[in-house]
Design a protein around this ligand. Structure first.
Ligand SMILES: [Zn+2]
Length: 97
């Protein structure tokens, strides 16, 4: 359709951002990992079992605007959160037996 643009993300101000609200604890989430720079939590609409979201505590508009000083840490944080989730799942499975 001429003149129509695909909009992937809604414009948000930091005060309205649901991710910032989750990072600040204003919106409930199941947090799997957190540190001074990141929060990792279970997705409310998971695409698969154990679907995690990794977000920086400081607001960023999109992945391209993640500050370079923290972008290199994202994979390590995701790995730590994934291991924490696996350990807790294993512990729960054992406690339910
Ligand atoms: Zn935000």
């Amino acid at each position: 359709m001429p003149g129509r643009q695909l909009k992937l993300f809604e414009d948000e101000t930091p005060g309205e951002c649901v991710f910032c609200s989750i990072a600040q604890g204003k919106v409930e989430s199941v947090t799997v990992y957190s540190d001074p720079r990141f929060v990792v939590f279970l997705d409310r609409s998971p695409l698969f079992k154990g679907h995690l979201l990794v977000i920086p505590r400081a607001h960023v508009e999109n992945f391209d605007s993640v500050p370079p000083e923290i972008e290199g840490s994202i994979l390590g944080v995701a790995r730590a959160a994934s291991l924490a989730l696996q350990r807790s799942s294993t512990a729960m499975a054992h406690s339910l037996r």
